[in-house]
Design a protein around this ligand. Sequence first.
Ligand code: FAD
Ligand code: MG
Length: 345
Amino acid sequence: MRAVRRRIIPLLLALLLLAGCAYPARDPEANESSSVDLLAMDTVMRVTAYGKHREAAELAREKITALESLLSVTNENSEIYAANHALGASVELSPDTAALLSRALELCDSTGGALDVTIYPVVRAWGFTTDQFRVPGAEELSALLERVDYRQVALDGSTLTLPEGVELDLGAVAKGYTGDCVAALLRAEGVESALLELGGNIQAVGAKPGGSPWRVAVTDPNGGGFAGVVEVVDKAVVTSGGYERYFEQDGETYWHIIDPATGRPARSGLLSVTIIAEEGIKCDALSTALFVMGPEKAADYWRENGGFDCILLSDDGRIILTEGIEDSFTPYGDWTDAPVEVLQR
Ligand code: FAD
Ligand code: MG
């Protein structure tokens, strides 16, 4: 069995494309910047604030570390761990955990359960988050799926009650929420230009120093480079794909994005989904959910809900993108000549 995590690759690609942002000393547009690098939420993170903002960058680091210790599903001291082990009793959540969960539940609802934050029993059975990978049998999965239903989560203000057996996993949304918190913190500290690289989640505060848009790489899910570049200002760009974390057994590849309808890795015809919008948690939630939905349902969701742009890379080599991003996305590498379909309302 071979297990793979490749979250470092998108980061390196982003760093390459954003050269000058990650290494601002070489950027003639940026006189001064402060970066913090950290390993959190099992991924490599970098926050760069332009201008004289050393203290703000340090506050960003503290915020990320604090959120990690609240939200980790495996850390026995986290609020999520406590909620998952409360055996039906109510627990009090901190304002951040309550705000994140409340927004996540709205997004579970709006995606018809393609995003389901109670997927943890199934994720654990496959060995994701514990690295003890295995393929659960059909009976085991159908028993576990009885415990998966976000509608069973009762959140009343900051009071959370989970029925016994129901367990939360905020892995699909926590980095997006973290991006929103850090962006808000930096803005409150007077930062007008910053880049947050939180694994596959990129979040931009303002434009690059000098006013040009940030250029963010979209990883080639087939490996070996990137599939395109998207230009953004003041937005989050979040990608989910089967290539990020997976294992192989008996010639089959099993990845970490699970279809809550089957309990098995989602095979919907997509290799990756990139979502672009102002709100990081929405991007994170929808990158996971639209990957589960597949290209047709994802297009329907966008037409019905709007409020974001997306780039879908299909397993038959197509690029499907929304009209709002058409002029700011440039395919690259093996995807340069791929057929492009533009979704219109
Ligand atoms: P996304 O597509 O954003 O999310 C996929 C993840 O969400 C899956 O890994 C699964 O956990 C969950 N998921 C799968 N399908 C669904 C679905 N349909 N609906 C809702 N959720 C779904 N990993 C470790 O190995 N060790 C750690 O110690 C560890 N600590 C972490 C601490 C925190 C606070 C967080 C947020 C994450 C941590 N992780 C850890 C990583 C985590 O387990 C996921 O791998 C990661 O969040 C996946 O993010 P992504 O952007 O790759 O994929
Ligand atoms: Mg996600």
